[in-house]
Ligand binder design. Structure first.
Ligand SMILES: [Zn+2]
Length: 112
């Protein structure tokens, strides 16, 4: 399960940032094309946070990022529904994905 190694490096990043403080919330942005399954990420986090002193009581908050494409013919940006990558404006297929592949920690909230 790919999500396990994602969670492990996530906790690693948190530990570097927290400087010994406890973590309250980790906010993660996940693109729909990132290949990460939010449900698996949550359960992997439940397992691994127990082993981390600073993440033990942390909550994981996931923001799901829509897939956005730019049409290279008419320059219109649009949100992809149902994995249909054609431009809804001109029906062209000459599109480029500009959003939705990413997965990153948006921010970390520390306990006072
Ligand atoms: Zn177009």
């Amino acid at each position: 399960m790919h999500e396990m190694s994602v969670v492990m490096s996530m906790i690693d990043i948190c530990e570097k940032h927290a400087k010994g403080k406890e973590i309250e919330t980790i906010v993660v942005n996940i693109g729909k094309l990132s290949g990460i399954e939010p449900h698996f990420l949550e359960s992997a986090f439940e397992i691994f946070r127990e082993e981390s002193k600073i993440c033990k009581n942390a909550k994981l908050h996931l923001n799901i990022i829509d897939i956005k494409i730019l049409c290279l013919d008419c320059q219109k940006e649009s949100i992809v529904e149902d994995y249909n990558f054609y431009c809804p404006n001109c029906k062209g297929s000459n599109t480029k994905t500009i959003n939705g592949k990413e997965m990153y920690i948006d921010h970390i909230e520390l306990k006072d």
